[in-house]
Design a protein. Structure first.
Length: 254
C-alpha cells in the first residue's frame, strides 16, 4: 500500500510543497497579467522598483527582475527566504523576512507591488492592503492574485487541496472559507486604503484533468516540480467571471 506523502510548505526535502507547486503553475499567467498591467499603466520596468509580498521561493520575484525591475522579495517565512536565496540565479534581488501586515520598508518606495499567496491566507486583509498602499508611491500599481469565494473554490481549495486524501497538497487549515475574497469585496477594501481597483481577470487550467493528473503525479513522486506548469497549463480569461482564482490590479491614488 502506498504511503501518503508528507505535506510541508517551504521545505527543500522530499515533501510535497503545495505553496511552491502553486507558484510554479501560476507563474505564466502572473507574468502575462503583469505585462498587461505595464501596458495599461505605462509603467516601465527599467528604472522602477517592485516589491513581491508573499514571495515564497522567489519564482515571481525572479520573473520581475528579468523584466528589468529592481526587486525586493518579502515573505514571512525564514525557511522560504533561505530557499529563495539558494535558488537565486543572479538577478540582484533583495530578500527580506517580514510579514505582509507589517512591512519593514519605507513609505512610497515602490512603483509596483505584487501581492501573492497572501490575501487568501491572512486574517487581516485590511492591514495587508494598508501596508501595500503605504509603501507604494502615488500612481503606483498594486497587483494581486487570490481565490474567489464560491462553491467550486471551496470544493477545490478546502476539499481537494487540503482535505481529500488523493489530491491533498496543502496542510489542513491553510485555507478557510471566510478568508476567500469575492472581487467586489476586495474592490471595496482596496478603496478604503486609497487604491482604485482597475480590472479583474479570471484564470484557470486549460483542462482541469491536467490539474488532477499533475496533483496526483506530484504526490506519487512520478512528476517533478519542473514538469507541472506545462501539464497544468494555466490560461487567462480576461472577460470571464472568476469561478476559482483571479488576478487584478489597482492604482494608488495621489
Amino acid at each position: 500500500m502506498a504511503t501518503a506523502p508528507h505535506i510541508a510548505l517551504d521545505t527543500a526535502g522530499p515533501a510535497v510543497d503545495g505553496r511552491h507547486i502553486r507558484a510554479l503553475t501560476f507563474q505564466s499567467v502572473r507574468m502575462e497579467y503583469l505585462r498587461h498591467v505595464l501596458s495599461e499603466t505605462g509603467l516601465a520596468a527599467a528604472g522602477s522598483r517592485a516589491l513581491v509580498v508573499g514571495s515564497g521561493r522567489g519564482v515571481l520575484a525572479r520573473g520581475l527582475a528579468r523584466l528589468g525591475f529592481e526587486v525586493v522579495a518579502a515573505d514571512p517565512s525564514p525557511a522560504a527566504t533561505a530557499l529563495a536565496l539558494d535558488a537565486d540565479d543572479g538577478p540582484g534581488i533583495t530578500y527580506l523576512t517580514t510579514p505582509a501586515e507589517d512591512l519593514d520598508l519605507a513609505d512610497g518606495s515602490f512603483d509596483l507591488l505584487y501581492c501573492a499567496d497572501t490575501l487568501e491566507i491572512t486574517e487581516r486583509p485590511d492591514a495587508v492592503l494598508a501596508e501595500a498602499a503605504r509603501v507604494l508611491r502615488p500612481g503606483g500599481a498594486f497587483v494581486y492574485d487570490t481565490v474567489n469565494r464560491t462553491p467550486v473554490s471551496r470544493l477545490i481549495y478546502l476539499g481537494a487541496f487540503q482535505a481529500f486524501p488523493g489530491t491533498r497538497i496543502m496542510p489542513r487549515g491553510r485555507y478557510a472559507a471566510h478568508r476567500l475574497r469575492r472581487p467586489a469585496e476586495l474592490a471595496e477594501a482596496l478603496d478604503r486604503v486609497g487604491l482604485s481597483a482597475q480590472d479583474v481577470s479570471a484564470f484557470k487550467p486549460r483542462d482541469v484533468r491536467g490539474l488532477v493528473r499533475a496533483t496526483r503525479g506530484r504526490r506519487r513522486g512520478t512528476l517533478t516540480d519542473a514538469q507541472l506548469p506545462e501539464l497544468v497549463d494555466m490560461v487567462l480569461e480576461p472577460e470571464g467571471s472568476p469561478v476559482v482564482t483571479y488576478l487584478g490590479h489597482a492604482i494608488h491614488r495621489a
